[in-house]
Design a protein around this ligand. Structure first.
Ligand code: ADP
Length: 485
């Protein structure tokens, strides 16, 4: 029972075998019954015909007749012929080991004689001209027999009856053969069921076991395992789902792990980012309190440095809060129709001085057009600032930064190209994540928070647009975003 509970194939095998046996049993029983019925009917017809024939023999119930003919006939059909007279007394009884001839004078009644099956009512029926038949054990003749009794007529009057009995041996033999054949069929059925089960185990059990192993590996944290099932049936579907599940889980878990790592790095970074300006502020303030600044100019320089560090801290905090709001979808957008070219020009101007300082050639490039989009101008400006700021920051002296705009039927595209170090292909998907920084050491000097691109992506996507980068290490990068009109 335990092993049954463990194996689908064994269950199927048992079901198939039971089915085969039940069907064979039912067909066997039905066929046997039908065959018997057919045989009896046929036999009955034959016997009745024969009995009627015999009943036409002249003076058959005359107790002095010559019964040689009857003996021959009984021998020919290997049965028994019995003739009785009107009173129910046996006149002749010949065949099947009997040889009572011309015994009417002995007044042996057919009813109650030995264990002949006849009853008084049968006799009455026969004498009224009816044909009566009996089928079953007939000990007196030592066999299962079929008997039919037909009335004898003389000038329209019933004068007695002829009773023919024929042993039922042959049919039982044939039924025996049939039953044996059914048994063989049953055995073949069991063999077939076994073969089928083995085949099924290939198509059902094996894939299921494979899936089981894959699921177990997943439980132990290995999501790389895939189930190879080519069938398109329910099992194939399940295997496919399992594979998809594994792939998705793998992806989700990798993302989660990466996010977790980024977050941990962020905590380290933020504490560092906070610690640096805080210690600078602390140092300068203490210096001021100790009266170490000797001139007004020196004191102002200290204050200016302190102020700059405070601004830096504010920016960091503001960016984190902003990002959280955008990500939570709480940032309300104040959209209106504006020209993207106009916004780009505004931001571009802010960076011109910085670019010039760094000896970077900066250019803004677009063919005249409306570039009208419905956006939150402050947010889009923020995106432009983040992109251009990054570009100017990474570009070495002598390099170029180019901002260009293109207008299409339904969209406006803005791209910011720099001649900086570029981004490794494997880092390109990662730079959009919060707090992700390509060059960890740059964070200390460059003042980046690793949030700029994450914010930009969030803002662009909130506008129904998309943002991406194309870059080759050593050849600079192009960041571009598309806003629907
Ligand atoms: P940050 O505020 O630190 O610049 P960002 O989210 O803007 O953060 O950028 C994420 C990372 O992508 C940074 O480490 C930065 O070095 C890198 N990156 C951004 N823009 C460029 C660029 N134009 N060229 C090369 N690297 C870039």
């Amino acid at each position: 029972m335990n092993i049954l509970r463990r194996s689908v194939v064994l269950k199927l095998w048992l079901i198939m075998v039971t089915l085969v046996l039940i069907i064979l049993y039912i067909t066997g029983v039905l066929q046997t019954a039908k065959l018997r019925q057919l045989y009896y009917n046929q036999q009955l017809e034959l016997l009745t015909g024969e009995a009627k024939h015999i009943s036409t023999i002249k003076n058959i119930n005359d107790q002095n007749m010559n019964v040689n003919l009857l003996s021959t006939l009984a021998g020919a059909f290997k049965g028994n012929i019995m003739v009785i007279n009107k009173q129910g007394y046996i006149v002749h009884c010949i065949g099947m080991g009997m040889s009572m001839k011309n015994v009417a004078g002995e007044k042996i009644s057919v009813v109650g004689h030995h264990d002949l099956p006849w009853k008084k009512s049968d006799l009455q029926a026969i004498m009224q001209g009816k044909t009566v038949s009996y089928r079953g054990a007939y000990h007196f003749l030592n066999s299962d027999v079929l008997t039919v009794a037909v009335p004898l007529y003389n000038e329209g009057q019933v004068t007695g009856a002829v009773m023919l009995s024929s042993p039922l041996g042959p049919i039982e033999e044939r039924i025996g053969t049939l039953q044996r054949n059914t048994l063989y069929a049953g055995m073949i059925g069991i063999v077939l069921a076994t073969v089928l089960s083995l085949l099924l185990s290939r198509t059902i059990s094996r894939p299921l076991l494979k899936m089981h192993r894959a699921a177990r590996s997943m439980a132990f944290g290995d999501y790389s395992r895939r189930v190879e099932v080519k069938s398109q049936d329910e099992i194939g579907l399940l295997a496919n789902s399992l594979n998809t599940l594994a792939a998705e889980l793998q992806e989700k878990i990798t993302t989660l792990e990466r996010l977790d790592k980024t977050r941990r790095e962020f905590v380290a970074n933020v504490s560092h980012e906070l610690r640096t300006p805080l210690s600078i502020i602390q140092g300068y303030t203490e210096a001021l309190m100790d009266g170490m600044a000797e001139s007004e100019a020196e004191r102002n320089k200290y204050l200016a440095d302190i102020h700059e560090e405070i601004l830096r801290l504010r920016r960091l905090v503001a960016e984190i809060l902003d990002l959280r709001k955008i990500e939570a979808g709480r940032l309300e957008m104040k959209t209106r129709e504006v020209s993207l070219a106009h916004l780009a020009s505004q931001v571009f101007k802010q960076f011109q001085a910085l670019a010039k300082d760094k000896q970077i050639t900066a250019s803004l490039d677009f063919v005249p057009g409306s570039y009208t989009v419905k956006v939150d101008p402050d947010r889009i400006k923020q995106v432009l600032i983040n992109l251009i700021d990054n570009a100017v920051r990474v570009t070495p002296p002598g390099g170029q930064v180019k901002v260009s705009l293109k207008e299409f039927k339904d969209t406006v595209q803005v791209s910011v190209t720099d001649s900086g170090p570029g981004i490794l292909p494997e880092e390109q998907p990662l730079i959009w994540e919060r707090f992700y920084k390509v060059d960890k050491s740059r964070a200390r000097t460059g003042g980046g928070t690793g949030l700029g691109l994450a914010i930009a992506k969030n803002i662009i996507e909130a506008h129904g647009g998309s943002i991406d980068v194309s870059s080759k290490p050593g050849r600079g990068s192009t960041f571009y975003f598309v806003i629907p009109k």
